[in-house]
Ligand binder design. Structure first.
Ligand code: FE
Length: 227
């Protein structure tokens, strides 16, 4: 498999990678403080509220949940616990939905969660080729590139090339397994515990787990390395 992405794909891909910085830049046109999307959302919210279809308080609760309760810190906690608790790890790999449930997560979209373990022989990577299925409860909102066509189409055809774009290079003898998410089944990658973390507490380990390491497009942070 060719690890080098061709130039055009790279450019296309890099454009999407910009989204990873979480700074969105609109095109160079004049715009008010609210973007077109925000204006549409405001209008829709107003209409729905006026017609009595939604409770503003309920909307606020959902938004707050995504800002605070739901996010990659949930997945990081699961991973760190699996690294420190062999019984939990076994339970997680057997039935992730059930194991995650024991930690008190409210799981709706993660109803059929499958954890896949990275080993020295195998690296796992998650994609949704059809759309953007993603374990929201575990990882929060999906990154822009996860929903973008270049990632979705290339992850299956050229996983090594995609990983190279993310700065992840794996020895040729490591098998890469790509998991295609669906509306029914979401995947969480259990990355390998970084070296040099002997004696780390679960809380310390949680800090090392990155979102991308749980999608399979990155590694956990190494202690002492610049983040
Ligand atoms: Fe999908």
């Amino acid at each position: 498999m060719d690890a080098n992405a061709d130039a055009s794909t790279w450019t296309e891909y890099s454009a999407y990678s910009v989204g990873m910085s979480d700074h969105h830049h609109d095109h160079d046109h004049d715009h008010s403080e609210l973007s077109q999307t925000e204006l549409r959302v405001r209008a829709l919210e107003t209409i729905l509220t006026e017609k009595g279809y939604v409770e503003p308080a309920a909307l606020d609760a959902i938004i707050q949940a995504y800002e605070t309760r739901i996010g990659p810190h949930n997945g990081a906690r699961v991973v760190a616990k699996a690294w420190t608790d062999p019984a939990f790890k076994k339970a997680l790999l057997e039935d992730a939905t059930k194991a995650v449930g024991t930690l008190g997560h409210v799981s709706r979209v993660g109803d059929h969660l499958v954890a896949v373990e990275n080993t020295p022989q195998r690296h796992n990577m998650v994609v949704c080729t059809l759309c953007s299925c993603y374990p929201w409860e575990m990882l929060g909102l999906p990154p822009v590139w996860y929903k973008a066509a270049p990632y979705r189409s290339r992850a299956v055809k050229d996983p090594r090339g995609v990983l190279a774009d993310f700065g992840v290079s794996l020895p040729k003898d490591i098998e890469i397994r790509v998991w295609d998410s669906t509306a029914e089944t979401r995947f969480l990658v259990l990355p390998m515990r970084p070296e040099g973390t002997e004696g780390f507490s679960e809380a310390q380990l949680t800090e090392l787990v990155t979102r991308d390491s749980m999608i399979g497009t990155g590694f956990p942070k190494t202690p002492g390395a610049p983040s």
